[in-house]
Design a protein around this ligand. Sequence first.
Ligand code: NAD
Length: 255
Amino acid sequence: MNKPIGRIAGKVAIVTGGASGIGEETAVRFAEEGAAVCVADIDEENGLRVVERISELDGRAEFIKTDVSESFQIKNLIQKTEETFGRLDILHNNAIWFRHGSALDLEEGDWDKTLDSGLKSSYISAKYGIPVMRKNGGGAIVNTASVHSLVSFETCTAYDAAKAGLLGLTRTLAIDFGPDIRVNAVLPGAILTPLWDNLEVPDDERQRYAELVPAKRLGLGRDVANAVLYLASDEASFVTGTSLVVDGGLLCRTD
Ligand code: NAD
């Protein structure tokens, strides 16, 4: 029998927020390295586009419409993934919905939805995903945190709380579920994705970030996807409970 080819060949992965940006590139990267991928997102049109992109690479993927701010939808995602592909090995918790606002301006409902989609979702996916992963010897969880996990930015009240909280959750999960379940966080810096268009980040602001970082460019979704792939693969078998910053050196700066 031919041995499957790729760094995560034969594995099954879920990527939330897989219809765009970092999640899209991670889903594609996982498929390129031999995994079957469940693309989970609220955006069906782009989710199906990513599945098509993976099919064109001869990869295997399914779209499962999922709002990660709803616990029952995450439970459903994990059940459907197991039904479709027979197992679960890799969970990339990447989606978040958020609104900016100082503590005085932010609506309580927006705080709740940001924390539900960006932090509670990782706890829920661990709760329902780990037992499925353990049926086949364990697996790897990668949470998309942010440089906002380590430094804060004005009016990012709920976002920064969610991203900082993810690091604590990552460590606790790593302690509670090792050695067969590894749990790590990736911390992107300024990564040029459709998010920047949605946030209407002006061109001069983009340019300023590109000039600020030692790498002298904005990051790409694939830069982060490569780091997620490493953490998800057996190459990182001695790496758990930690954070990998992918920011082109942004956090080296103090100005
Ligand atoms: P993006 O906007 O390109 O993609 C985000 C995807 O998440 C979209 O497809 C969207 O539909 C989906 N999504 C939003 N709310 C959802 C929900 N409730 N349930 C399911 N799917 C949902 O954004 P991106 O830049 O690729 O960001 C991905 C992750 O990376 C986020 O966690 C973000 O905080 C983090 N991040 C991004 C940057 C950056 O500069 N782009 C920097 C640091 C961290």
